[in-house]
Write a protein that binds this ligand. Structure first.
Ligand SMILES: CC(C)(COP(=O)(O)OP(=O)(O)OC[C@H]1O[C@@H](n2cnc3c(N)ncnc32)[C@H](O)[C@@H]1OP(=O)(O)O)[C@@H](O)C(=O)NCCC(=O)NCCS
Length: 153
């Protein structure tokens, strides 16, 4: 039976074997991502996996090519404010340039926001460039505040 696009492009959590499916190559399309050795990848994967539901990386694998074509992560921050509330922070959302415009970015962001909601966050936030504002508005976000940054490298 032929699978619908929705079934074919389902979101799942990152797996350790995804390094071999182009996960790091995909991150290169977002920002500086020097070559990561297998050992470095495995160590970081285990560190993050140990955080359980407090850190989730979603991916979409193109079943036809076996390549990772979309990803994004969410980190759950635990606060004292808001009755010891929790906030989700979305990071590192990227869709492979060959499959942009097919709702995959939206699917990744929905997966991450639903995760934040399901673990009890009262809000989910992210930073983005002016060029991507309209995309996140389509995903249900509203502009709020100003981002401040200090880079060390
Ligand atoms: C931004 C990005 C993740 C969007 O992914 P995508 O899969 O192409 O987006 P989608 O197909 O899910 O788009 C969802 C909706 O947003 C719209 N949209 C997407 N990018 C947009 C943009 N830059 N400006 C305006 N609207 C945009 C789409 O037209 C679509 O609208 P519709 O639902 O009315 O049809 C992708 O372009 C990308 O990876 N860019 C490079 C990396 C990057 O900038 N990441 C964001 C870091 S903050």
């Amino acid at each position: 039976m032929h699978k619908s696009e929705k079934e074919e492009y389902g979101v799942r959590k990152l797996e350790i074997s995804d390094k071999g499916k182009g996960f790091i190559d995909l991150l290169h399309q977002l920002s500086v991502c020097d070559s990561v050795s297998d050992k470095e990848f495995e160590d970081r994967f285990r560190d993050l996996a140990a955080l359980g539901d407090d850190h989730v990386i979603g991916v979409i694998e193109d079943e036809a090519s076996g390549r990772i074509v979309a990803t994004g992560s969410v980190f759950i921050e635990k606060k004292f404010l808001r009755n010891c509330g929790k906030v989700g922070h979305i990071e590192d959302v990227v869709v492979d340039s060959s499959v942009r415009g097919k709702q995959l970015g939206k699917r990744i962001v929905n997966f991450l926001t639903e995760h934040a909601r399901s673990v009890g966050c009262y809000k989910v936030i992210l930073d983005c460039s002016v060029e991507n504002k309209a995309f996140y508005e389509k995903c249900g976000f509203q502009e709020k505040s100003v981002q401040m940054a200090m880079y060390f490298a």
